[in-house]
Design a binder for this molecule. Structure first.
Ligand code: C2E
Ligand code: CA
Ligand code: CA
Ligand code: CA
Length: 278
């Protein structure tokens, strides 16, 4: 029987092979995902401390006939590596702004729209023009649009990135620093980057009730951001207790399952009809 048992090296290499097969399958199907209409968007509400709707974050979804539902955490990384992110990112931007322009027109109400952008999009020459083209065609005033970036944008040519961020800022589009507090982000980023919003990562929000160090970290981040006139948004708020504590710290905006999961456009419409808009 010992013979049929695999040693750990064999198990490990089997896993590697499975993983690369999965990656290869994702790559393969992703190339046709846009034409096959498999890409769609969900929108998660972002609220102020009165729980009025401030805006929505656009989150990409992919449902493939043979792979099933593939979470964005899995396929975005692969899309980046295979050079597909500029195409996918542009598709997401155009779809998000088209859908939200339609909904805003239908409801006769404006609200903010946050779109995630990958470093791979920033490094592409036409990114700024393509993005602005989508904005113009949508008819949504730029002041309602936010681009969410992570600190990873700084691993590339910093001056180049800063110049693009500045171009957006001059058009009135806000830049939000996503996942703040994870990775290597330091407070000096708040001084160096032309950002208007900072998203406090879920890992801190998770622990603010029972970890006093995390709580004081969050409190101080909010205070510093306030001094820099940067709006703070807490991510992954799941309980009323977390919301109340963040509110006591004077956080500006909130997003998380406590308020709403990411919603399909139809459900977002119902949500907005039931809620006040700022
Ligand atoms: P992210 O930008 O940090 O997005 C927040 C993630 O947290 C989303 O996961 C959202 O569904 C989830 N979330 C929100 N509230 C809660 C909560 O209260 N509890 C928990 N447990 N989770 C919550 P999602 O949609 O699976 O996206 C994962 C990541 O994939 C995103 O993290 C982002 O990095 C990437 N992503 C998603 N959509 C896009 C996109 O359109 N473009 C790019 N470049 N990346 C995207
Ligand atoms: Ca985000
Ligand atoms: Ca985040
Ligand atoms: Ca902790």
């Amino acid at each position: 029987q010992a013979k049929t048992r695999k040693n750990w090296v064999e198990v490990f290499s089997d896993e590697l092979e499975l993983k690369s097969q999965k990656t290869a399958a994702i790559e393969h199907h992703l190339r046709s995902a846009i034409e096959e209409n498999e890409i769609y968007l969900n929108y998660q509400p972002q609220l102020n401390n009165q729980t009025e709707l401030h805006g929505v974050e656009c989150l990409v979804r992919w449902q493939n006939s043979s792979l099933g539902f593939v979470p964005p955490d899995e396929f975005i990384k692969i899309a980046e590596e295979m050079g597909f992110m500029p195409t996918l990112g542009h598709h997401i931007t155009r779809l998000a702004l088209t859908e939200m322009a339609q909904l805003q027109k239908h409801l006769n109400k404006r609200f903010h729209i946050s779109i995630n952008a990958s470093i791979k999009q920033f490094m592409q020459e036409q990114f700024f023009d393509d993005f602005m083209d989508c904005v113009t065609k949508s008819g949504i005033p730029p002041k309602y649009i936010t681009i969410e970036v992570t600190e990873s944008i700084l691993i590339e040519d910093v001056n180049f990135i800063l110049s693009i961020l500045d171009q957006f800022r001059r058009k009135g589009i806000a830049i939000s620093l996503d996942d703040f507090g994870t990775g290597y982000s330091s407070l000096s980023l708040l001084r160096e980057l032309p950002i208007q919003e900072l998203k406090i990562d879920k890992v801190f929000v998770d622990d603010i009730l029972d970890d006093s160090k995390d709580a004081s970290l969050v409190k101080n981040i909010i205070n510093i951001a306030n001094e820099f006139d940067i709006v703070t948004l807490a991510e992954g708020v799941e309980t009323v207790e977390q919301f109340n504590k963040l509110r006591a710290y004077e956080c500006d905006l909130y997003q998380g399952y406590y308020f709403s999961k990411p919603l399909a456009v139809k459900d977002l419409e119902k949500y907005i009809e039931k809620h006040n808009i700022v």
